[in-house]
Design a protein around this ligand. Structure first.
Ligand code: SAH
Length: 276
């Protein structure tokens, strides 16, 4: 029997979010929804889109074609921080590396990395972050993410259309999810797709440590900044590159919740001016 072309959607895909920043064209958002849907991805997050009603716009619906449900379920956020807050790992997608940001890796490698994080704990989520059509991602936005995907393209023209970049990444994520699922115990018959938050997928039982989410990590960085100001290590008149460097360090470290607590405890004492 030949293997079917279209394999069932691995449940881990339900814990992968695609975050789109400041999109301007409703058609691109619709095409993005379709690109995701064809690969079994459903968690679309829109940060400050130009049109608040983008999901209802006829152009978006036309480009989404059979994937209007992804559009309708898309959640809207004011900031990138909120949109990636629940993710154990945020991955920027950009053709351009940024100073103090993560080094670019091909989408296949990042997709495999994303699957490893998802397998680490059933509560883990991963967010891929895409830039606006015209402006892409800012330095700050790339630095806010723990990894960076660059789609290797022609050096003479490396900028893909937003929805096409989403399609490439979504395909790699699906392939990685299928590869990961193939090495795990098969889901028993009759068990419905998990898909959503908090529902264990087939990776349940892996002994990877639980990671802190981005809300906790970025909260720690803000706390660290206040503490370093309090002890005079960070000079607001000459901040140099201290915070971008620390941000890179903390994001690279993939902190666990208890490590976040530890760092926050240190920060508290620094703010208070040492032991009482
Ligand atoms: N003029 C913008 C292009 C934005 S294209 C710029 O210079 O950044 C819209 C989005 O598609 C980008 O922000 C990125 O998320 C994605 N994208 C396009 N081409 C890409 C590539 N070669 N590698 C990775 N992401 C890409």
């Amino acid at each position: 029997m030949p293997r079917p072309l279209h394999a069932a959607d691995p449940p881990s895909l339900g814990r992968v979010a695609f975050v789109l920043l400041r999109t301007s064209h409703p058609g691109n958002v619709g095409a993005a929804a379709r690109a995701m849907r064809t690969m079994g991805l459903v968690d679309l997050r829109l940060v400050a889109p130009r049109h608040d009603d983008v999901a209802e716009r006829p152009e978006a619906r036309a480009f989404a074609s059979g994937a209007t449900e992804v559009l309708e379920r898309a959640r809207r956020y004011d900031t990138l921080a909120e949109a990636i807050g629940d993710a154990a790992l945020a991955i920027a997608v950009s053709a351009e590396p940024r100073e103090f940001g993560p080094q670019p890796a091909p989408p296949e490698a990042c997709a495999a990395d994303a699957m490893a994080v998802l397998a680490g704990d059933p509560s883990h989520r991963v967010a891929f972050v895409f830039g606006a059509e015209r402006t892409g991602l800012s330095i700050d936005e790339v630095q806010a993410c723990g990894r960076l995907v660059g789609i290797p393209a022609s050096p003479s023209y490396s900028s893909l259309n937003l929805a096409q970049a989403i399609q490439v990444v979504a395909y790699c994520v699906r392939r990685a999810a299928l590869d990961a699922a193939a090495t795990e115990a098969p889901t028993p018959r009759g068990v419905p797709d998990a898909g959503e938050a908090g529902v264990a997928d087939a990776a349940d039982g892996d002994d990877g440590p639980r990671l802190a989410d981005q809300r906790a990590v970025h909260g720690t960085l803000e706390h660290l900044e206040r503490a370093l100001l309090a002890i005079g290590f960070l000079d607001p008149a000459h901040p140099k590159k201290l915070m971008p460097r620390l941000r890179r360090l903390l994001l690279r470290a993939r902190l666990r919740p208890e490590e976040v607590d530890l760092l926050r405890g240190v920060c508290k004492l620094m703010e208070r001016g040492g032991p009482r």
